[in-house]
Design a protein around this ligand. Sequence first.
Ligand SMILES: Nc1nc2c(ncn2[C@@H]2O[C@H](COP(=O)(O)OP(=O)(O)O)[C@@H](O)[C@H]2O)c(=O)[nH]1
Ligand SMILES: [Mg+2]
Length: 697
Amino acid sequence: MRVFESDSIRNICIIGHGAAGKTSLTSAILFDSGAVNRLARVEDGNTVTDWEDEEIERKISISCALAHCEWSKRKINILDTPGYRPFLAETQLSVRAADAAVVVVDAVAGVEVQTEKVWNFCNEYSLPRMIVINKADRDNASSERTLAALEEAFGRAAVALEIPMGMEKEFSGVISLITGKAYRYERDGSGKFQETEVPAQYQDELAERRDKLIEMVAEGSDALMEKFFAEGTLDQADLMEGLKIGVGQGSLYPIFYASSTLNIGIPQILDAVTELCPSPAAVGQSTGTDPKTGEPVVRRISGQEPYSAYVFKTIADPFAGRISLIKLYSGTMRSDTVYHNQTKDKSEKLGPLQVPQGKTMVPIGEVQAGDFFAVTKLRETSTGDTLCDPAHPILFSSVELPEPSITFAIEPKSRGDEDKISNAMARIIEEDGAIRYTRDPQTKQLLLAGSDQLHVEVTVSKLRKRYGVEVLLKTPKIPYRETIRGKADVQGRHKKQTGGHGQFGDCWIRMEPLPRGGGFEFADDIFGGAIPRNFIPAVEKGIVEAAERGYLAGFPVVDFKVTLYDGSFHPVDSSEMAFKIAGRLAFRKAMESARPVLLEPVMNVEIYAPQEYAGALTGDLSSRRGRLQGMDIKRDIQIIKAQVPMAEMVSYSPVLTSMTGGRGSYHMEFSHYDEVPAQIAQKIIEESSKDKKEEEE
Ligand SMILES: Nc1nc2c(ncn2[C@@H]2O[C@H](COP(=O)(O)OP(=O)(O)O)[C@@H](O)[C@H]2O)c(=O)[nH]1
Ligand SMILES: [Mg+2]
């Protein structure tokens, strides 16, 4: 493997809505550039970048995958990314690492929900973008409609640099506005094409579009504007220069056409990647922070600078172990060398550096600034870490992944597998930071949370296939709680005479509600030694323990205050144990008259869907006891904000999917506890006494 300098490298991520053809485009790129010797297909499960078992089986991209090729003596690093919502965290990681994005849209479907989402990821990093209208060969593919949708979504800056020759079954190639030539392709997947003069029927359109393009490009720079005014046009070199500036500064999103499966239009896209997208050297610098002061630190992307690198992704490979994908920002890195992990403040030896082609690793002795590489079996290093020269410290910012929106309980099929699950989950989380694995302290269930049901199912499938643990997915138990609405003033008295020593404890308590979230308060109001000091904590302990076990339905009692104000004791028979029991008795007696109620967790929910579904969605929410908090519209996407009891949301994900044809998504987080309406509470209480009976039987 050759070593490439930073001006000969392009780092691109291929992003877009699911099924737009990103993996197929990557496959065609690898074939046309000679990196692989066959045009692999998603359907055949043999593409370089959908290499994980889960991806092959489901025929969708789940993780981002790194591949590379050479084109015009440049090395192009390609990150193929998922486009389905449950896996967009991976896409975020890729966008973070790339220097430019190729946004793929389907020529039939146009701009879709996740197209906008991934576009916004690029906005966050001011990433230069080009657009590929793929599937130009499909029935109902339309150039006009797709261009209009792109312009509407992304503005006038989205501008075609090509005219497609025919669409749908007739799609046979492209005409370049830059070269003014036509490229006519074989339709056999070979990628063979002929460069020809532009057919007569396209000549007027070409001239008109080219003039418009030149004018637009000239607007992007003062120097070009002057030339344009002086000569009425721009020559080829100036046009290219202007396009490059426009793409680099994000004022221009050039559009190209392709059929990835018929292998049409790819070389023109690769020319554009190498000529218009910035190399790391052209990007110039990367900003991080000083680990001590938090002040910004700028690092030039150059081999002359001290080394600095960023770990953008980890793969938990069951055979190779942990694989770290790394972008080297500055300096040079070599195989089998000790480097400093600034994030963890530890040194770590990197073994052989490797260049991944999907799952295949090619060893490389050294890597130059701007390039990507992989290294296996790092101990200390995880996704988001910075490696750098400790004498020139810098920390690069990592990606903040979205919080999960759906939670399942998992139960091992065989008892005793819990430790195995914990170990396996720790590894899965290394590669998928959008998964959460916890144990609910109240319900004691193991909880697996992800962005979507599919996300959780894929994780369960990884557990089975990679680590041999089978688990069942269950609806998580709702962590209900109990509280009181009224006050009580009661006595708890424990007296027992067994053989020699008796037991005696006696206390008087007042119980009253606290505001929501108030927890538990205990006040000691004993005067004159009615209960000796050393027994008072025992009374409190008895109450706390009883409150944890619940009164109505076995859920912990919260938000109440107990004041211990009187009692009595026996000089011989009183003990801590006796006062603990007295406390417990007092608690239960107080609950009888303090009007106990059930509390349930209520979630803040945000739902995103096209406007047309707003009515149906809000209707559904009110049937789930939801309270609408507000509506918002962000470009055609309706945002519905509501507060909904958690119990009503556990099965929401599939419902939303079916109600919106997969176009809706939602996010929720815990808001507060609220009283359960009486009728529903009654059912929960009945259920719990049934459960208890079953347990006892
Ligand atoms: N007709 C046609 N089908 C395509 C084209 N590109 C991809 N596909 C098909 O569309 C589906 C999704 O493609 P894939 O590359 O997995 O999309 P991704 O989710 O964006 O990676 C697969 O069945 C592909 O065979 C294309 O240019 N034309
Ligand atoms: Mg894909």
